[in-house]
Design a protein around this ligand. Structure first.
Ligand code: MRU
Length: 357
């Protein structure tokens, strides 16, 4: 399976997703500002992948910090954290990665003080690599739980790209599909093109085809008609942030798909690593929704203008699906009903108590 991002010889190497599928090009980032720019311009995208990129960006920035003591080091890290946090607001994974790194440094304060500040910089490389390798394991576990919802012969709808490219590898929504295939189930994936950046058309189709999974690409407005015709059995998507009441933020258009699923009695599943669950927010209405430039809508991938000059545009790139439309949330620790999240104090500790599968 392809590598989305890696730490390589003191640099951060990532696949440039803005050029896929026509060109397979890797970018080498030598400084944290370039990593941040790649996240902002969606050369790397997908909630878990940008969390990993942020951690690697911080590790890169830390290598150049000259500080006399621990507190000086932490002070100089702060603008690097803030740069990463300012890139994209909706996915909680960047904040999750920053908090994890801060927690690690504080926990190892004494060790760093006795070994010297250089030690902190190497701990950050180690941690960023750990976040990457753990993410792959998390996705495989999501795949094992998620595959239980997929029966042989299923036609599965997905929106955007919650695949290998959006993660350290294997994907979240796609993990369930890859696992089902490994189990010998015959599946077919119907992929929404996902306007305006076309993550479905460009990325999900490409990566599923590389894994020999039958794919059908549809325009975003076709899903309802296909559901009505009985051509979709279930839907699985990823998430950028799932909050305490079980509401789920994901790529714009996810909400419409979920409503259509409910109307047609089709199960709607969300694959959500625990790193994307944010218990600090009570309801989906409070999730910050990123708005991006008008040119993403008036132009196709910046290559061809399709709308008149000066037209007014809204380009909200995520939406929130209320929990009542979500059949189950599939995590690395099992699947559960979205409305049960509010019973949790810490998703890592007591999630088993609400598991349905
Ligand atoms: O704008 P993007 O391409 O970063 O949006 C990605 C999505 O909406 C994904 O579905 C989500 O991040 C989950 S990825 C496992």
């Amino acid at each position: 399976m392809l590598k989305t991002i890696e730490w390589s010889n003191g640099k951060v190497r990532m696949l440039d997703q803005s050029r896929l599928p026509l060109e397979v090009v890797y970018i080498e980032c030598m400084d944290y500002q370039t990593v941040a720019e790649c996240i902002k311009t969606m050369k790397i995208r997908g909630a878990p992948a940008i969390g990993i990129a942020a951690a690697m960006g911080v590790a890169l920035g830390a290598q150049d910090i000259k500080a006399r003591d621990f507190d000086g080091f932490m002070e100089r890290l702060e603008p690097i954290f803030n740069t990463m946090l300012s890139t994209r607001p909706t996915a909680v994974n960047i904040r999750w990665a920053v908090e994890r790194i801060k927690g690690l440094l504080h926990a190892k304060r004494e060790e760093i003080i006795s070994a010297g500040i250089q030690h902190a910089a190497s701990l950050l490389i180690e941690e960023a690599n750990k976040i990457l390798t753990e993410d792959i394991e998390v996705n495989k576990a999501i795949g094992r739980w998620g595959a239980e919802f997929i029966s042989d012969g299923s036609n599965i709808l997905t929106h955007c790209n919650a695949g290998s490219l959006a993660t350290g590898g294997y994907g979240t929504a796609t993990a369930a599909i890859y696992t089902a295939k490994k189990q010998g189930k015959k599946v077919r994936v119907i992929v929404d093109e996902t306007r305006p950046v076309l993550q479905g058309a460009r990325l999900t189709t490409w990566e599923l085809m590389q894994e020999d999974i039958p794919v059908i690409l549809i325009t975003d407005n076709s899903a309802g008609a296909l559901m009505k015709a009985g051509e979709i059995d279930l839907c699985i998507v990823g998430t950028d942030r799932t909050v305490r009441n079980g509401d789920v933020a994901n790529k714009i258009g996810t909400y419409s798909v979920a409503v259509l699923c409910k109307e047609h009695g089709i199960p709607f599943y969300v694959a959500a690593p625990l790193s994307s669950i944010d218990l600090s927010i009570p309801s989906g209405d409070m999730i910050p929704i990123e708005e991006r430039g008008h040119e993403e809508v008036t132009n196709i991938l910046g290559r061809c203008q399709i709308a008149p000059e000066g037209v007014m545009v809204r380009n909200m790139v995520f939406d929130v699906t209320p929990h009542r439309y979500v059949t189950a949330i599939i995590t690395e620790k099992g699947a559960f009903r979205p409305e049960d999240i509010k019973k949790l104090k810490d998703p890592l500790i007591d999630i088993e108590s609400i598991r349905i599968k």
